[in-house]
Design a binder for this molecule. Structure first.
Ligand SMILES: [Zn+2]
Length: 101
């Protein structure tokens, strides 16, 4: 197992994990149930963590993660199905999964 990244929140961590799994990279989220403890332990200790199951996937995983670290490429777009706003880099709604209009 290898720690790939720390996320700001559980939603972000889930999106990362789903994307890596979609690319065939096995990974695991940790620290996803500790947010209630924020303020009592150092933030980095309780931020959601994304762990790779196989170290050999690291280079590819970092490459995939780059797409999440790029600056915003345009405005948020609104889902026609549920009305939720999604970030410009996503091709489908994070909430309901509908394809971007
Ligand atoms: Zn939606």
């Amino acid at each position: 197992m290898k720690l790939l990244a720390r996320a700001d929140n559980f939603l972000q961590a889930s999106i990362w994990a789903d994307t890596l799994r979609g690319a065939g990279i096995k990974c695991e989220l940790r620290n996803t149930a500790l947010s209630g403890a924020l303020g009592e332990i150092p933030f980095l200790e309780c931020a959601p963590q994304l762990w790779l199951e196989h170290d050999k996937d690291e280079a590819r995983a970092h490459e995939i993660m780059l797409q999440f670290r790029r600056p915003m490429a345009g405005p948020f777009w609104q889902c026609l199905s549920c009305g939720e706003n999604s970030e410009p880099q996503f091709g489908s709604c994070w909430q309901c999964g509908a394809t971007r209009p």
